[in-house]
Design a binder for this molecule. Structure first.
Ligand SMILES: [Zn+2]
Length: 55
């Protein structure tokens, strides 16, 4: 389990973002294109390896 404030989630693809701005951009793109934009999802916490170490 992780503690702390939950990040913003894109309801379309389920990815999480620290910035609400990116979550909104992602949601817009996902609902319009039914796919993810790499330029956006690179900011998702799931793809942010540098900032948070896992296990
Ligand atoms: Zn999305």
């Amino acid at each position: 389990m992780k503690s702390g404030n939950p990040p913003y989630q894109c309801p379309e693809c389920g990815l999480h973002y620290k910035e609400k701005e990116w979550a909104e951009k992602c949601e817009e793109w996902c609902s319009e294109h039914q796919s993810c934009n790499l330029d956006i999802i690179q900011y998702a916490v799931e793809n942010d390896d540098s900032n948070e170490k896992r296990s």
